[in-house]
Design a protein around this ligand. Structure first.
Ligand code: ADP
Ligand code: MG
Length: 290
């Protein structure tokens, strides 16, 4: 492409809500074969809500939720915000010895008790057996909800679930990308059952679930080998390495500054449908100058 056509394309992109941080991206995007998405905050709204809670025999729901929320008040994860929101105006006790494990969960000391909240693999790392709630967890996952566990003093105490709705334009975005001849993928740290259910709702081709941030990079590498030139769309701090690894990294304007800095393209509206706009623009600009 000529410098002039890139300039014109970049200007047109800005009008359409697509900010090209690198002129190169405008030229590369037209050759995209697969678009991979982060789940939380990209395909979904990123504002999960608590939908389910079952406590083990001998425990009280309100009390377990209050302790879990006290620990989660220290975390910035969207799941943490859902749990804190669920206790409303309840005053939460102070916590100490707070610990957060990426892709796992959180733990702290509250009122003299050790309280842990997180995914099944986090509970297993803490030496706890989640078998008692396993079938319920699968069921919740199949509904597209994320199952979480609470442990009190080393005893599995409750299973909860949070649900994060798809963005209103997600299904149309995926349909549109397929109509443009592209493949689609989703890469997430979330539970495999949950991820598959959400991917099915969205119409996405390939799912990679239960990956840590480094695993996202590995997943991107494999998808590039399998499908060819890859664009990755994400919003979180965790997505920065994957955005850098992709042939074209695209950050949601509604996301974190760190994601935007790692990206080649910023989708200003935070609407995933702008991905189609960006690719179509690249195709049009390059076609025009041939
Ligand atoms: P993603 O951004 O793709 O959702 P994360 O790596 O942030 O992935 O999280 C993966 C999983 O780790 C979550 O689905 C959840 O089960 C667990 N997890 C992470 N942080 C927390 C937290 N603060 N409280 C409870 N669970 C958590
Ligand atoms: Mg995200």
């Amino acid at each position: 492409a000529t410098p002039t056509s890139v300039m014109v394309g970049t200007g047109r992109g800005a009008e359409l809500g697509v900010l090209f941080r690198k002129g190169e991206a405008l030229q590369t995007l037209k050759d995209t074969k697969v678009v991979a998405f982060d789940k939380t905050g990209t395909l979904t709204q990123g504002h999960p809500e608590l939908t389910d809670m079952t406590v083990a025999e001998g425990f009280e729901r309100e009390e377990v939720l209050r302790l879990a929320a006290a620990v989660e008040a220290r975390s910035e994860h969207p799941i943490a915000r859902a749990i804190v929101a669920a206790v409303g105006n309840t005053v939460l006790p102070d916590v100490s010895a707070f610990e957060s494990v990426t892709g796992g969960g959180v733990r702290a000391s509250v009122e003299g008790r050790t309280v842990a909240v997180g995914a099944d693999r986090y509970m297993r790392d803490l030496g706890l057996d989640v078998a008692a709630f396993a079938s319920q967890a699968v069921h919740l996952g199949e509904l597209g909800r994320t199952p979480l566990y609470v442990a009190l003093d080393g005893r599995l105490t409750a299973i909860l679930a949070v649900a994060d709705a798809l963005r209103p334009t997600t299904v149309a975005t995926i349909t549109h990308l397929h109509a443009m001849g592209l493949r689609t993928a989703m890469v997430t740290g979330d539970n495999a059952h949950t991820a598959s259910a959400i991917a099915r709702q969205a119409g996405i081709d390939t799912v990679v679930a239960e990956v840590l941030p480094a695993g996202k990079v590995e997943a991107i590498r494999k998808l590039k080998v399998a499908d060819g030139l890859l664009a990755y769309v994400g919003d979180g701090i965790n997505d920065a390495p994957a955005l850098a690894e992709a042939d074209v990294g695209m950050a949601m304007g509604s996301g974190t500054d760190i994601a935007m800095e790692a990206a080649d393209v910023v989708l200003m509206s935070g609407n995933p449908e702008t991905v189609c706009t960006a690719i179509a623009l690249s195709r049009a600009v390059i076609a025009n100058i041939r």
